[in-house]
Structures are given as structure tokens and as C-alpha cells.
Design a protein around this ligand. Structure first.
Ligand code: TXA
Ligand code: MG
Length: 345
């Protein structure tokens, strides 16, 4: 039985959920990025249950969520000076850092790696839940593996009801895309997954920061195990289009109409004759915040095929937004040209 609860961070019912979490249960909770599916990171059986509930591949490691520095010191072997500076600038917040792991972290969490991904979320309910549980919390995004991540409690209920002990409803997530995953174990810090903190912000603290090569070139094997899987995909077929290719979008919509396929468009402002038209909002931040909700909505409304406009601007959250769109679409970009002209990030 899954209990769905709505709480303020100081309420008694949150304490109950935190106790269940510490004792080996599964608790889905809001963070500023997406909802997480949490288990006591020090309890191997509980962690194994996350993989079962999500249908997650065993070789994909989890992020360990902490609420204070003491917890960080427990789960890592050492804290490099670069990490200190990043913590100062971006924690609590949507940045995950890769450290060498301590003996305490079971290899079920790290999928056999000797490194561990750690993040201190800024959402008050998340922080309070971790603090009240008193243990580091391993948590992937709270969706079925392969589906769009969850940014509202309704999404979590749809994917995980009956499979977890508690779902904490904290409303809509603010960022809407997952944290940036940054590897600090090499000479030059590398972004393994673009996310809530942009590369420019990281560079302003660290100097040199690079994207991991596989993010730009799909022929390379990604360093972050999770990046190799198809992800975030709606049930409908999804194609991406440059926002300026209005004619191309209209041509495709006419074709779908003729074939009797129910069409949807994620539009950055323009009006289209589609069966379902969803507006991506005024900015890339709006688009990011609503992306997973819009993909889920398209499925609920029965779209057969979705055309999503790529964001026009660059920088900040845009590389993360493009990364999720490209993954969700399995790389399918419609273009007037044979070669796609879309930058991967
Ligand atoms: O915003 C987020 O990061 C959310 C919320 C819940 O905090 N969590 C999240 O977790 O997105 P998940 O499991 O969906 O994605 C974790 C990513 C995966 O791509 C995984 O491969 C990578 O982090 N990762 C975890 N541990 C790693 C490690 N030791 N080395 C390299 N990549 C790692
Ligand atoms: Mg995920």
C-alpha cells in the first residue's frame, strides 16, 4: 500500500515517512529538479528494491542525497579542493559531484564503481526528509525506467503507486530537469550529464570544465552509465524540429492528418493546426520546467506523433533541455537537409 501525503517540512507525517525510509522502505519525494525515489543508501536490500520498483538496469548507479557535510564525509574517501569551492557556490542545489566512495557505500548503490555521485538538494521537503531519516538517501528519478522523469506528484502516482511506501506531494518541481552530473576525479572536470547548473556557472568557479566527449558524439560510449540508455521517452513517436522550420512542421502535420495520425506540437510560441498544441512558455527555463509534464500529457491525450520545437536560445539550461529532448526522441531530428544541423548539446 502506498501512502500519498502532502506535507510541510516540519510536519509529523514527514517524520513517519523518514522513519520508514531509514528502516528500509521506499519513499518518493520532491526535489527542485525532479521527484526522487529514495531508499536508505546504507541498506543494500532497500537499494535493490529501487531497481525492482523502477525496472532499472542493474549497471546504472544511483545518486546519494545528503542534508549536511557530515553525511558527505561518511560516503566519500576525500573531498577535493575543487569540490569545496563548488559546494560553497552551488549546494544545496542541482549539482551532483562524483567522488571516490568510502567503504560504507554498498556497491549496489554505485553499480560496482569505486566512485559515488553525491548531491545536496535545495528543496526544503527533500532536505528535511533526509535530515529526519538521519541516513544518506540513494535516489534516482521517481519514474519507471525509460519513461519521462516525474515533476509532479501525479506523475509519480501514475508510475509507482503500489510499488513504494510513501509518495510525498510537494507540488511541481522548479527546475524540471535533473541535476548536472560533474566528474571531479580526472584532471579536467567533466560534465557527464548537463542539468540544472550550466557549464558557464561551473567555469566561473573552476576555470576549465568540459563536456564529456560522448555527449557531443553519439558514437562514443558515455562515461556515465545512465546516459547510454533510451530515456524520457513518451509512448508517442517524437521528432524534433528547429523552431524556425515552420514550413517543415506544417508539411508534416498535413501528412499526419492525411494518414489519420493524431498529432501534437510542443510549440515555442507559434500556432499550428495540430490535434494537440502545447505551449513551451516564454523562456528556456519554462520549457525545461514543463517538458516532462508536456510529454506525459501528450500520451494521456492519445497523441500518435509529437513534433517538438528545439529552443532558440543557448547557454544556461539549454544544453540540458536539448539533451533530454534528443534522448526522448531517440535522436530523431527532422530537417530540410540530409545532415542534421543540430548541435547535440
Ligand atoms: O536531479 C537529479 O539528479 C535527480 C534527483 C532525484 O536528485 N536524480 C536523478 O537520478 O536524476 P538518476 O538515477 O535518474 O540519474 C543519475 C545519473 C545517471 O546518469 C547515472 O548513470 C549517473 O547519475 N551516475 C550515478 N553515479 C555515478 C557514478 N559513480 N559515476 C558516473 N555516473 C554516475
Ligand atoms: Mg532518471
Amino acid at each position: 500500500m502506498t501512502k500519498v501525503i502532502t506535507v510541510k517540512e516540519d510536519s509529523k507525517v514527514l517524520k513517519e515517512a523518514a522513519e520508514k525510509l531509514a528502516a528500509g522502505g521506499l519513499v518518493a519525494f520532491p526535489t527542485e529538479t525532479v521527484y526522487g525515489l529514495g531508499a536508505n543508501a546504507l541498506n543494500e536490500t532497500a537499494v535493490a528494491n529501487i531497481f525492482v520498483a523502477k525496472g532499472r538496469p542493474q549497471d546504472n548507479p544511483l545518486i546519494v542525497h545528503i542534508s549536511d557535510r557530515e553525511m558527505l564525509e561518511k560516503v566519500v574517501r576525500s573531498i577535493p579542493e575543487r569540490a569545496e569551492r563548488l559546494m560553497e557556490a552551488f549546494w544545496p542545489g542541482p549539482l551532483t559531484m562524483i567522488f571516490e566512495k568510502s567503504e560504507m557505500v554498498p556497491i549496489t548503490v554505485t553499480a560496482g564503481l569505486n566512485t559515488v555521485a553525491v548531491r545536496m538538494p535545495s528543496h526544503p521537503v527533500a532536505l528535511s526528509l533526509i535530515q529526519k531519516s538521519g541516513v544518506p538517501v540513494a535516489a534516482p528519478s521517481a519514474n519507471l525506467s525509460g519513461s519521462p522523469s516525474t515533476t509532479r506528484a501525479e506523475h509519480v502516482i501514475a508510475d509507482l503507486s503500489g510499488k513504494v511506501d510513501y509518495i510525498i506531494d510537494g507540488g511541481a518541481c522548479q527546475v524540471g530537469l535533473e541535476s548536472t552530473v560533474l566528474d571531479l576525479t580526472g584532471e579536467v572536470p567533466q560534465i557527464l550529464r548537463p542539468g540544472g547548473i550550466g557549464i558557464e556557472a561551473l567555469q566561473s568557479v573552476l576555470g576549465e570544465v568540459r563536456y564529456e566527449p560522448a555527449l557531443k558524439d553519439s558514437r562514443q560510449v558515455p562515461k556515465s552509465p545512465g546516459m547510454k540508455y533510451r530515456h524520457y521517452a513518451p509512448k508517442a513517436e517524437l521528432f524534433l524540429v528547429e523552431a524556425s522550420d515552420r514550413e517543415l512542421i506544417e508539411q508534416h502535420l498535413a501528412d499526419y492528418r492525411q494518414k489519420g495520425r493524431k498529432s501534437g506540437v510542443l510549440s515555442c510560441g507559434g500556432h499550428y493546426e495540430a490535434d494537440i498544441l502545447l505551449d513551451c512558455g516564454q523562456s528556456a527555463e519554462d520549457y525545461a520546467r514543463n517538458l516532462f509534464d508536456m510529454l506525459r500529457k501528450m500520451d494521456e491525450l492519445g497523441a500518435d506523433v509529437i513534433l517538438a520545437e528545439l529552443p532558440k536560445d543557448s547557454g544556461g539550461i539549454v544544453p540540458a533541455l536539448k539533451n533530454r529532448l534528443l534522448k526522448a526522441a531517440g535522436g530523431q531530428v527532422l530537417s530540410q537537409y540530409v545532415e542534421t544541423k543540430t548541435e547535440r548539446i
